[in-house]
Design a binder for this molecule. Structure first.
Ligand code: ARG
Length: 473
């Protein structure tokens, strides 16, 4: 065997020549997986503690390893650590620095484990922290929505179906719809967190290890709910990352829909809201422009997060058990998903409380769009007309209003009676916007009293959410 060329110290024993320089670069992941360093070190410390407990490492070796790893963590945090692409990934960079610092004890750290269970552990630990931070951001956004919804519980706007004026709703009700979507996103992420919170440590390369390890011990040290049940599954599946990306894609889809509404509402055609200048940019050529860049970008970034979900599903689909190098490709999409999601949630949580609401424009739009036509039909039904006949009569009244450029409430009693002779002067109470929203007074309805009830319930739920989350970490 030729010893002329340097070969990788960690696995070079059976190799006769050095890795091709291009291949070394092509296969290395340290460029992007170095961001796992904190979790990699936490995993290594737990592994060393466990090895000591079962008698594989001495106390002195354990102490040297733990002190060495902590020093490396500090170096990395301060930017004093030199990463080497020749050492492939975050795991071997740290292990090699440890051995350089403490000698032989460093070489013993990798006893009874493999980079396969190591990386599976690192990603889970990293993602668990990310999920916790994202859950907190969702809560912050939901809190903002609740505040604005309460303030705007009486604010009337047109509700749309097919983006055509349908029935009057309150702006508070609309915002509480966003709140509900985010609540489901929050619970999906809690679910995902529960399933990923199992420790793969001890699965080793794929089959487990011949050392007398205590997987419960290392799992407990890392805050896992326990060890994973099957070593082959532990090192190979990335379903937890896919699940996270799926929940993230849904969350982004919700933010994208809300963005689309903000963009419409901020336009000169709607003028329902004004986005604060600090969330917008201007045009270099059109002096009047104030562009809603932040919601536009959130809407745009939804595409890349959905793309990451598809990338991970595709990455996984052809892999036989157990670990395959394909899985190194899980990191960049996963990292970018978490980063993008956090940024977009932050943008929304900052923006929502600062929205300037143009109540007059909302009200004007609701008045102009025959939004109370259903209320007139319901009035006729209460007088004994079958709903379909009432629908027909009101349709004709609307056509008459359109022809003369007036809303239903602006037609005279005589004009209305042409379409339904039983109409009396009390009809004008149901044709008002306030009457219309107040009438939808049941759980989930748009009546201001119901919006206030939903706000109170939401405050309760958010307060209860805070407690168990702290207990989890
Ligand atoms: N960098 C690798 C990854 O991200 C670590 C595991 C490598 N394992 C191996 N047997 N080559 O998946």
């Amino acid at each position: 065997m030729s010893q002329d060329k340097p070969v990788n110290q960690a696995w070079g024993g059976r190799f006769g020549e050095a890795t091709d320089a291009f291949v070394a670069r092509f296969t290395a992941s340290v460029r992007f997986d170095q961001r796992l360093y904190r979790h990699d070190i936490a995993g290594s410390i737990a592994h060393a503690e466990m090895l000591t407990r079962v008698g594989v490492l001495t106390q002195a070796e354990r102490d040297a390893i733990v002190a060495g790893l902590k020093a490396i963590a500090a170096q990395i945090a301060d930017g004093r650590f030199t990463w080497s692409e020749a050492l492939e990934d975050v795991h071997m960079n740290i292990e090699s620095a440890l051995t350089a610092a403490i000698g032989t004890a460093g070489k013993k750290l990798h006893t009874g484990r493999s980079r396969n269970d190591q990386v599976a552990t690192d990603i889970r630990l990293w993602l668990r922290d990310e999920i916790d931070a994202i859950l907190a951001e969702i809560t912050r956004l939901q809190q903002a929505l609740v505040e604005v919804a309460e303030r705007e519980a009486d604010t009337i706007m047109p509700g749309f179906t097919h983006l055509q004026t349908a029935q009057p709703v309150t702006f508070g009700h609309h915002l509480m719809a966003w709140y509900e979507m985010l609540g489901r996103d929050h619970s999906r992420l809690i679910d995902c967190r529960k399933r990923l919170n199992r420790s793969p440590l001890g699965a080793a390369a794929l089959a487990g290890t011949s050392y007398p390890i205590d997987r419960h011990h290392s799992a407990a040290l890392l805050g896992f709910d326990g060890p994973t049940a099957n070593s082959m599954d532990s090192v190979s599946d990335r379903d937890f990352a896919i699940e996270f990306c799926a929940a993230a894609s849904l969350l982004m889809t919700h933010l994208s829909r809300a963005s689309e509404e903000l963009i419409l509402w901020a336009s000169a055609q709607f003028r329902f809201v004004d986005l604060p200048d600090r969330f917008c940019t201007g045009s270099s050529i059109m002096p009047q422009k104030k562009n809603p860049d932040v919601p536009e970008l959130v809407r745009g970034k939804t595409g890349r997060v959905t793309g990451h979900l598809v990338a991970l599903l595709t990455l996984m689909k052809g892999q036989p058990l157990a670990y395959n190098k394909d899985n190194q490709e899980d990191k960049e999409p996963l990292f970018d998903t978490a980063d993008t999601l956090r940024d977009c949630l932050r943008a929304f949580a900052d923006m929502v409380p600062a929205l300037q609401v143009n109540r007059a424009a909302m009200r004007g739009a609701a008045r102009a769009g025959y939004a109370t036509a259903t209320d007139l039909a319901d009035y006729l039904v209460r007088q004994g007309l079958p709903f379909r006949d009432a629908h027909e009569a009101v349709g004709k009244a609307v056509a008459h209003g359109i022809a003369s450029g007036r809303d239903l409430a602006e037609l005279s009693l005589d004009e209305l009676r042409v379409f339904a002779p039983t109409i009396a002067s009390d009809v004008f109470a149901v044709l008002t916007l306030e009457g219309s929203v107040a009438a939808r007074d049941h759980i989930g309805g748009t009546a201001p009293t119901q919006v206030r009830a939903a706000v109170a319930q939401a405050r309760d739920d958010l307060a209860r959410r805070a407690a168990p989350l702290q207990a989890q970490s």
